[in-house]
Design a protein around this ligand. Structure first.
Ligand code: ADP
Length: 885
């Protein structure tokens, strides 16, 4: 057996540690020990004696020798090598003791060195050589001997010779196995072929190399464990080798498939982002080509410049920079990019220190301005001047916030803007109507999608200065619900101690609101939460008398409306009596907003006429005159939709001569009817409605000022129940109960008891209705009106149509004072009512009412309900009659 002469190679390669050389494979090993190198040289130069073969462990010889030096073996098949100090590599790790003897495997592969190359010498003097070896055939070690500086072995060949091989190949089992192996190998190759072109050569290999060789070659090319390599080396039997190789190739095939699946997925994602990247690069290139430099980088640089010039306080600046750094690291497509960007834009836009320049306040000029902008309102203007005077003396005075309270259209907003003009500050209006969410004031935190700053910060951004006059409009319309309490946020805004560091959730850094002058408006003071009201000084604007309205119209509204429509008094004249008619018949409001609208409608119609006239003049030679009734068109536009304005041609300033020469258009009653339609109100309404018994006229107070409210009572067969309709609140329902109780209790006195002296409600129900059924109503002030309606019903006597009343009723018949007397009296006056019954204790409120109105009306004071009834019926209260007789 011990023949080495047939071995084609001169080196015995023994497996060591993690590597095995298999026949047919080529490996490259690094040698650092002179021992290994010498051995290789010998082999290359064919110097060694025949019959012996140099031993070279596959693993780096230096390490192997170090290991070998400690080993000792007894088994002849596992010969230990003796320690030899001169072969130990200089790089042997000092003190690295290896546990136990290391045994050589008793099988190896004879190899041929194909190449030896010397590496660069390291500073330590060590040189690394690289040896390329080709495995030739398996052998088993018979004897291992030290020979000078290296080892030789006597080995016996294990692989079959060619002749033996040819014989073995006849075995049908082997044929089957090799076919199976080849099929699996082919499969592997075709998969690999898709990836790399070089596999073609492997295919050739498959056809030319004998199958037993192929098995080794294939397995040698995989990454498999040392143990598996060893067992492959030990598979001397051909069948065993083929089974093992097929199994390994198949396993490799599977792992490639799985890896491919994974990589396909990854590739899909990768290619998408790569595609985006590519497109972006292209876009950048196109932009550069077009000289369009506003790409992201430039954008961010511009943003940073803007931020620098915004004058942020140091802590905010630091915060902003941090955010900018974060933004720079993001891709524009990343989800947080745009939100982060708009946040920084806001920081840069906010007026951290930008302020309108304040001049020395000229109180006289301010007064003149207020007077020229607003008619009447003497007290209000006086209070504003006082407010300004205090500011002038002490600019940082923390006076209360002015709050104008009154119905719509009485000039609250325009007064606030006049204050801004007087102080030479910018004006910004924040509408709080319907705000129920605290986040509307304070902003949403940026963690929410679509978050934005609150209305205050947004308003400041828009106005662009930190010291504007900010109007908190309709502060009474904020409400609280589960989304928080806006009023508490407003409290912080209006509190001079806290608003220095107002914290908007979106902004997340404090903003100083202390330079803002706040002015608020409300329709009513009552719904404003008391703590908020406490910070404000309420200035009431109760509404205008018809005379005041007339003056406002003539001095302010008409000139403004004419100007807005490109007209002037020479083109359109609205006489005073026509304005009065508009006030009386077309508007019934506390303010002048509708009046302004109606006047605008007249102006539009006039503008149409003028345009029509111009068109006729300019197209003299045109056969067909313009006949379409533009006037009607304008009338249609009056349905409150002022947007239609633009459709109507306004007088052309390019033809002044034509206009100048034209006669002035004077508004008359027929034009009023044509443009505004038939009158919406007249004074006969009350008389008609009160003509039948059971109806009385009350005065109520709503958010749009005072109003006349009819109360209707009716009776029918029933069981003595009281029915109430007209969207009534609890308080007003109770008032109705009280009224009915009082009337029932005094039925005898009133001589209204049921037929034959029976109870008032015996087999009768009473129904009380408050018309305008869709409008919610509440409050105690209808008490006296309810009694009047019931007395009128049961006595079958109509109440006076010229008398309206208000007052709370107690069970005992006392009349208690109520609020809003001025508004109510004005409302009565507007509705052509001549007599108003009010509680005696409301006498003091009459001073607010213009004397012209008081002169034109009878104000009757009532202490008890009997006083009311006395005045409400013609000929006095029914029950007093017998006493008089
Ligand atoms: P509010 O804010 O009270 O609802 P606005 O301030 O908007 O009312 O006023 C409505 C219109 O009426 C504005 O055009 C305003 O100029 C005008 N106006 C109201 N009161 C007066 C007044 N006393 N003098 C002149 N114009 C007035």
């Amino acid at each position: 057996m011990a023949e080495t002469v047939e071995l084609p190679g001169r080196l015995a390669i023994l497996p060591f540690r993690n590597k095995v050389l298999l026949p047919g494979a080529i490996i490259r090993i690094r040698c650092t020990s002179p021992y290994s190198v010498k051995l290789v040289e010998q082999e290359l130069w064919q110097k060694e004696d025949k019959g012996l073969i140099g031993v070279l462990p596959v693993r780096d010889a230096a390490e192997a020798m170090a290991v070998l030096s400690t080993g000792s073996g007894t088994d002849p098949a596992y010969q230990s090598l003796k320690s030899s100090s001169d072969v130990v590599d200089s790089q042997k790790p000092e003190g690295k003791s290896l546990e136990g003897p290391i045994h050589w495997h008793n099988r190896g592969v004879a190899a041929r060195a194909l190449h030896l190359s010397r590496g660069v010498e390291k500073p330590s003097g060590r040189v690394t050589y690289v040896v390329v070896l080709e495995g030739l055939c398996r052998f088993s070690v018979q004897e291992l001997t030290a020979r000078g500086t290296y080892y030789t072995a006597r080995v016996s060949r294990l692989d079959m010779t060619k002749a033996e091989m040819e014989q073995a190949e006849q075995d049908p089992d082997l044929i089957l196995l090799s076919r199976q192996f080849k099929a699996t190998a082919m499969e592997l190759i075709s998969i690999l072929e898709q990836k790399q072109k070089t596999v073609g050569r492997t295919k050739v290999l498959l056809e030319t190399v004998p199958v037993h060789r192929l098995a080794d070659i294939f397995v040698a090319s995989f990454e498999i464990s040392f143990e598996e390599q060893l067992s492959m080396l030990d598979s001397v039997d051909l069948k065993v080798r083929l089974i093992k190789a097929t199994e390994l190739v198949d396993r490799h095939l599977q792992s490639i498939r799985v890896a491919e699946k994974i990589s396909q997925k990854v590739e899909g994602q990768l290619s998408k982002s790569q595609k985006e990247f590519l497109l972006r690069q292209q876009m950048r290139a196109i932009k550069e080509e077009l000289g369009d430099n506003d790409d992201d980088e430039d954008d961010l640089a511009a943003l940073e410049r803007k931020m620098q010039s915004a004058g942020m306080p140091p802590n905010v600046w630091k915060h902003a920079q941090r955010e900018l750094r974060r933004l720079r690291k993001m891709q524009p497509q990343q989800p947080g990019y745009s939100s982060s960007r708009s946040y920084l834009e806001l920081l840069a836009d906010l007026p951290w220190e930008r302020a309108s320049e304040e001049f020395e306040l000229d109180l006289r000029a301010a007064k003149e301005r207020l007077d020229s902008d607003h008619y009447g309102l003497t007290k209000v203007k006086q209070r504003i001047i006082e407010y300004l005077a205090v500011r002038k003396l002490k600019p940082d005075a923390r006076g209360p916030v002015l709050c104008f309270v009154g119905p719509p259209g009485v000039g609250k907003t325009s007064l606030a803007s006049s204050i801004a003009a007087a102080l030479n500050r910018k004006f910004v209006r924040i509408s709080l109507g319907g705000v129920k969410d605290e986040a509307d004031i304070r902003g949403h935190r940026r963690t929410y999608i679509g978050s934005m700053p609150g209305r205050l910060i947004d308003g400041l951004k828009k106005v662009g200065v930190c010291n504007p006059v900010m109007l908190l409009d309709e502060i009474d319309k904020t409400g609280s619900d589960i989304r928080g309490d806006p009023a508490s946020a407003l409290l912080e805004v209006l509190d001079p101690e806290q608003n220095r560091t107002f914290n908007d959730h979106y902004l997340n850094v404090p903003f100083d609101l202390s330079k803002v002058i706040f002015v608020a408006t409300a329709n009513r003071a009552q719904p404003i939460p008391p703590p908020l009201l406490d910070r404000m000084e309420v200035i009431e604007l109760p509404g205008y008398t018809p005379e005041e309205k007339l003056n406002i119209a003539i001095r302010h509204l008409i000139p403004r409306v004419l100007d807005q429509h490109g007209l002037n008094p020479d083109i359109l004249h609205i006489p005073e009596d026509m304005v009065e008619l508009v006030i009386q018949r077309y508007t019934r409001e506390a303010g002048v907003r509708n009046l302004e609208r109606k006047l605008a409608a007249l102006a539009r119609a006039a503008a149409v006429r003028v345009a029509e006239r111009n068109a006729l003049r300019l197209r003299k030679d045109v056969q067909q005159p313009v006949t379409s009734s533009l006037l009607d068109h304008a009338r249609l536009a009056d349905g409150g939709a002022e947007v239609e304005m633009d459709d109507v041609t306004v007088a052309d300033p390019a033809v002044p001569n034509a206009l100048g020469a034209a006669p002035t258009l004077v508004v008359d009653e027929s034009m009023l009817e044509k443009v505004l339609g038939p009158p919406a109100f007249d004074d006969r309404e009350a008389a008609e409605r009160v003509s039948s018994p059971g109806v009385s006229i009350g005065l109520v107070w709503t958010s749009v000022g005072g109003e006349v409210q009819f109360v209707e009572a009716s009776t029918m067969a029933g069981k003595g129940d009281l029915h109430l309709t007209g969207q009534l609140g609890d308080v007003i329902k109770e008032s109705a109960q009280i009224a009915l109780t009082w009337v029932r209790g005094h039925a005898m006195d009133l001589k209204i008891s049921g037929a034959g002296g029976s109870g008032l409600l015996d087999s009768r129900d009473v129904h009380i209705h408050f018309p305008a059924g869709a409008v919610p109503k509440d409050g105690p002030s209808a008490g006296v009106t309810l009694v009047t309606a019931l007395v009128s019903l049961f006595s079958q006597k109509s109440a006076r149509a010229d008398t309206a009343m208000t007052g709370e009723l107690t069970l005992r018949g006392l009349v208690l004072p109520v609020g809003g007397i001025k508004d109510k009296v004005l409302a009565a006056h507007r509705n052509g009512i001549k007599r108003v019954i009010i509680p005696k204790r409301n006498l003091k409120d009459l001073v607010e009412i213009p004397s012209s109105i008081l002169r034109s009306m009878d104000i009757l004071l009532a202490e008890r309900i009997e006083d009311v009834l006395e005045q409400a019926f013609d000929g006095g209260c029914p029950w007093r009659k017998p006493a008089k007789l």
